[in-house]
Design a binder for this molecule. Structure first.
Ligand code: PAF
Length: 283
């Protein structure tokens, strides 16, 4: 496995692989890898070669967010990647990615105006811009993203479709701890007490999913039950509990078509997200 930090090195290596007829799978990450990322890397193993990027992208953090404290551990990440058969890690500096003067952005409306887009106004512009750049640098056949960031996945799929980017985006299921908490690099911010309190997210998600599976179609009722579950936990503060159409990320009143139920909840100072997806309900 190689670790490189320049765009030139990535292009040279991927170019060589492609010349030899290899397919390339790509997993973009911000590092501090956990089993959720490993499931994406394992899925990318369906290609001949696997590239992982590790880059804490400043552009997708708002001024009061956790850019400075975002956890980083390249040595640990590299060991995990090696063990899972990764061929190349791209670990650029912000200067390598954005240079001195950077004036071009990839932005999106509609899909980014709900859920996390409301409380994180610059986030998706930063995500779209860096992912478009990474796609142009790595030029993989496929790219793999976790369904835990379901809005991000919908946004990236839409960007690829709208801008005719020549690759396939694959969404992979949420990976959870044994007790239900969705794996996240931000779970490391939680104290022991907060870690216990954080289980309220998966409890609320499982409750909502069960209601849908049992035939409840009224989104207001499902949301009310999910909120009530979260509100039982004194350390939890709701950012949002919403049900939207999976493709457009617009709120809906009745469960129908492909549906995403998503929540964002502060546990102490840490903002965590979770969701469930129901496909083709009531159609
Ligand atoms: O999901 C993430 O870790 C990031 O948003 C991504 C896709 C790597 C872009 O920085």
């Amino acid at each position: 496995m190689k670790i490189v930090s320049t765009i030139t090195e990535v292009r040279a290596q991927v170019g060589e692989w492609k010349k030899a007829g290899n397919t390339v799978g790509f997993v973009p990450t911000m590092g501090y890898l956990h089993e959720g990322h490993m499931s994406l890397i394992d899925a990318a193993g369906e290609n001949d070669k696997v590239v992982v990027s590790i880059f804490v992208n400043p552009m997708q953090f708002g001024p009061n967010e956790d850019l400075a404290s975002y956890p980083r551990d390249l040595e640990h990440d590299a060991a995990l990647c090696e063990a899972h058969g990764v061929d190349l890690i791209f670990h650029p500096t912000p200067e390598e990615m954005y240079g001195e003067n950077f004036y071009s952005y990839v932005d999106m409306n509609v899909l980014t105006q709900e859920l996390c887009g409301l409380s994180r106004p610059v986030h998706f512009r930063g995500v779209c811009t860096v992912v478009a750049k990474l796609f142009n640098i790595v030029t993989s056949d496929k790219a793999y993203f976790g369904q835990k960031d379901a809005q991000q996945l919908a946004v990236i799929k839409r960007m690829v479709k709208d801008l005719n980017m020549p690759l396939t985006v694959i969404g992979c299921p949420i990976v959870r701890e044994e007790d239900g908490l969705a794996k996240s690099s931000r779970n490391t911010y939680l104290s022991a007490e907060e870690r216990k309190a954080a289980l309220v997210l998966s409890r609320s998600i499982f409750l909502g999913r069960q209601m849908v599976e049992e035939g409840e179609q009224d989104c207001k009722k499902i949301i009310a039950a999910m909120r009530e579950e979260i509100e039982k936990e004194p350390l939890a503060k709701i950012d949002y509990v919403k049900i939207v159409n999976l493709d457009t990320v617009q709120q809906i009143d009745k469960i129908s078509g492909d549906v995403l139920a998503a929540i964002a909840v502060y546990i102490g100072k840490t903002r965590l997200i979770d969701n469930f997806i129901c496909e083709q309900q009531g159609v």
